[in-house]
Ligand binder design. Structure first.
Ligand code: ADP
Ligand code: MG
Length: 392
C-alpha cells in the first residue's frame, strides 16, 4: 500500500475520502470533534506538499436523498480552525458548480464537498457517479478507515478511476497498529474480549484462536462461555443457541494450546440499571433471580496477572455493564491494568473506547482504533475492500 509520502502531490487536486460521519442536527457535537481532529494531519500534509485537497465524506443515515439535516457544512469552520487552511464548502459533490469551484481552487486552500449520500449512486456504487467524482482530481487518498469496509462508490468505485492513490495518515496509523498487534505481534499475544454478545464477535474469536497465546473473556460474552461449562447463569444475559459453537471453540483453543481465562466471580444484581444492590459472588453461586453484570474483584486480579507477561494486548468489549457505575469496576480495572502494562496495546470498539475516554487514559494506550466495523473486520482476519482497491 502506498502512503502520502510515496506520491508527488505538488500542484495536483487530491481527492480525500474522509470519515465525516458527524451528528445529524446541523451543529457539531463534542464527539464530532475527534473525527475532524483526526483528519487534520492528512489535510495539512497534502497542502504542505503543494496538493489541493478536495474533501469527501458521508453522513449517515443511508438515504440517497438530499436532507439538509445531514449536511456536512457544519464541518467547514472547525476544519479550517484545526488545519489553518481556508476550506470552502461546495453545495454538492458533483456537477458544474463543483467542477468550476475545483478548477478555480488556489494552492493552500481546500474544498469540502457536500454529503456523498445525497446521491443514491454512492451506496449503490454506481460507476457513473464514481467517474463523476474522479473527474475532480488526479490523486485519490483514502483516510476514511471506518468506512473502508463499505462497497460504496467513493470507497471502491472511485479509486478504480484514479491512477495515483494512497492511504492517508489516519489509515496509515490504523494499519500500522493492526500489523504490530495482530499480524506481527511480539509474543505472548493476549486478546481480551468482552461486551454484550458472543454472536457479533464469534468470527473474531475463531480467527484469534489461531493467533493468540492467551484469551481473556469478560462482559456478557463470558456468560455464554460459563453457561457452556455447565454453570447456572440465573437471569444473566447469554446466548444459549451459541453454546455448541463455544464448546467447539474450547476444543480448538485446547488443541492450539491457547490459555483461556474466564471469570471466577461476578458482580450480580437484579438489573443493569439497579442501584445499591450489587454484590460479588463466585460464579458457581450465581443466584437464580440475579444477573451477572460485571466481573468480580477476584477476576480482575486473575486477568491482571494473566496480562502481566504479555508483550502485546488487543482489547475489545467492556468487562461489564459499565454505564452503571456499580458495574463499572471490572472495566475500569482493565483500563488501569492495560494503561500501566508495558505491552503494546490496541483497543477497538465504541463502548470500550468511550470507557477509556471517560477515564482520560487514552494516551496510555499504544493505539485506540476508531474503526468500528472496519476494526472488527480486520480482527476477523478479513481485508477491507476500500484498502484492497488502493493496491489495484
Ligand atoms: P464495544 O462497543 O466496545 O465493541 P459492545 O458493543 O460489544 O462493546 O458491548 C458493550 C455493551 O455491553 C455495553 O453497553 C455494556 O453495558 C454491555 N455489557 C457488558 N457486560 C455486560 C453484562 N455482564 N451484562 C449486561 N450487559 C453487559
Ligand atoms: Mg458497541
Amino acid at each position: 500500500m502506498k502512503y502520502l509520502k510515496d506520491l508527488n502531490l505538488g500542484g495536483k487536486h487530491i481527492l480525500v475520502r474522509a470519515d465525516l460521519n458527524i451528528s445529524t442536527n446541523n451543529s457539531l457535537q463534542p464527539g464530532d470533534e475527534v473525527r475532524l481532529k483526526q483528519l487534520a494531519p492528512t489535510l495539512k500534509a497534502i497542502v504542505e506538499a503543494g496538493g489541493k485537497p478536495i474533501i469527501m465524506g458521508h453522513c449517515a443515515p443511508p438515504s440517497g436523498k438530499v436532507n439538509p439535516e445531514n449536511s456536512l457544512r457544519p464541518c467547514v469552520k472547525r476544519l479550517a480552525e484545526l488545519t489553518k487552511i481556508d476550506v470552502q464548502f461546495a453545495p454538492d459533490c458533483v456537477g458544474p458548480i463543483v467542477t468550476e469551484m475545483v478548477k478555480n481552487l488556489e494552492p493552500g486552500r481546500a474544498i469540502l464537498l457536500e454529503n456523498l449520500r445525497f446521491h443514491p449512486g454512492e451506496e449503490s456504487n454506481d460507476p457513473q457517479f464514481a467517474q463523476a467524482l474522479a473527474t475532480l482530481g488526479q490523486v485519490y487518498v483514502n483516510d476514511a478507515f471506518s468506512a473502508s469496509h463499505l462497497r460504496h462508490a467513493s470507497i471502491v468505485g472511485l479509486p478504480a478511476y484514479c491512477k495515483e492513490k494512497c492511504a492517508g495518515l489516519l489509515v496509515q496509523a490504523e494499519m500500522a497498529a493492526y500489523e504490530k498487534t495482530l499480524l506481527k505481534p511480539k509474543k505472548p499475544l493476549c486478546v481480551v474480549m468482552g461486551g454484550a454478545k458472543v454472536s457479533t464477535k464469534f468470527l473474531i474469536l475463531n480467527n484469534i484462536a489461531a493467533l493468540a497465546d492467551k484469551l481473556i473473556i469478560g462482559g456478557a460474552m463470558a456468560n455464554t462461555f460459563l453457561a457452556a461449562q455447565g454453570i447456572q447463569m440465573g437471569r444473566s444475559l447469554y446466548e444459549k443457541e451459541l453454546i455448541p459453537k463455544v464448546l467447539e471453540l474450547f476444543a480448538v483453543l485446547a488443541r492450539r494450546g491457547v490459555q483461556l481465562y474466564l471469570p471466577v466471580d461476578a458482580m450480580v444484581g437484579p438489573s443493569s440499571a439497579a442501584k445499591g444492590l450489587g454484590r460479588a459472588v463466585p460464579v458457581q453461586e450465581l443466584p437464580a433471580d440475579m444477573m451477572a453484570l460485571d466481573i468480580g474483584p477476584a477476576t480482575s486480579l486473575l486477568f491482571r496477572e494473566a496480562i502481566q507477561n504479555a508483550e502485546t494486548v488487543i482489547w475489545s468489549g467492556p468487562m461489564g455493564a459499565f454505564e452503571n457505575e456499580e458495574y463499572a469496576k471490572g472495566t475500569t480495572d482493565m483500563i488501569e491494568t492495560l494503561a500501566s502494562a508495558h505491552a503494546v496495546t490496541l483497543v477497538g470498539g465504541g463502548e470500550t473506547n468511550s470507557a477509556i475516554q471517560q477515564m482520560q487514559l487514552g494516551h496510555k494506550f499504544s493505539h485506540l482504533s476508531v474503526g468500528g466495523r472496519s476494526f472488527l473486520q480486520l480482527m476477523e482476519g478479513k481485508s477491507l475492500p476500500g484498502l484492497v482497491m488502493l493496491d489495484k
